[in-house]
Design a protein around this ligand. Structure first.
Ligand SMILES: [Zn+2]
Length: 214
């Protein structure tokens, strides 16, 4: 896929979604998000039924400060599996020597969500600058060959997050726009791997999006 093709497909959709959904989104935010969430999250866009996230900042040496979506449109969600524990992943993203980060990390056991890079900033997760500029990266605790790490709690938190990101940025929920790291051109990584249940994940994303709109 190339950015020109993306632009043609998604610009009208974004306008349509924002125009049609803004009022609904504000209503959902008022109903579903307690006031405390506003201070917990460094976020400038409306909440669309987002799961609550713990802010654990990555080291500033590990990402690029930006002003998305003004600087770059957000058009993709990139799904990763950490190949590390949750705790070690946080430590890696906080280590300025590692030059790597993702926006979110989901814990296997309970689906706990950490945000480490603001959505407006550019995480270094895809191994491809063009894709990094246009994407949000979500890391899932586990190993690609050990599907027992891919818990129901982790799938559900991640799917709710992805649904919210898609709603906020007018991203169509499909496998062209919600991709695995291995699908990024030039990727040397294999995550999330063949044992990641894409059918289940995409179903949960669509269901979470439908709930947020209802
Ligand atoms: Zn990855």
């Amino acid at each position: 896929m190339d950015s020109a093709r993306h632009g043609r497909i998604h610009r009208p959709a974004r306008r349509t979604l924002l125009r049609g959904g803004a009022a609904l989104g504000l209503a959902a935010m008022a109903a579903a998000v307690p006031a405390a969430a506003a201070t917990a999250q460094p976020r400038s866009r409306p909440e669309w039924g987002r799961p609550r996230a713990e802010w654990i900042p990555a080291n500033p040496a590990n990402y690029t400060v930006s002003n998305r979506p003004s600087s770059y449109p957000v058009q993709l969600v990139v799904v990763h599996v950490t190949q590390e524990t949750y705790a070690d992943t946080l430590a890696i993203f906080q280590n300025p020597a590692r030059s790597v980060s993702a926006h979110y990390v989901v814990r296997s056991a309970d689906g706990h969500l950490a945000q480490m890079v603001r959505d407006k900033d550019i995480g270094w997760h895809a191994g491809n600058w063009n894709y990094n500029t246009r994407s949000i990266g979500i890391e899932h605790e586990g190993w690609v060959d050990q599907p027992e790490w891919f818990t129901d709690a982790m799938y559900r938190t991640s799917a709710a997050l992805t649904a919210a990101i898609c709603a906020e940025h007018g991203i169509h929920v499909n496998r062209t726009n919600i991709i695995g790291h291995h699908e990024v051109p030039g990727a040397t990584h294999t995550d999330p791997g063949p044992l990641w249940d894409w059918d289940r994940y995409m179903g949960l994303v669509r269901a979470a999006g439908a709930r947020a709109r209802s």
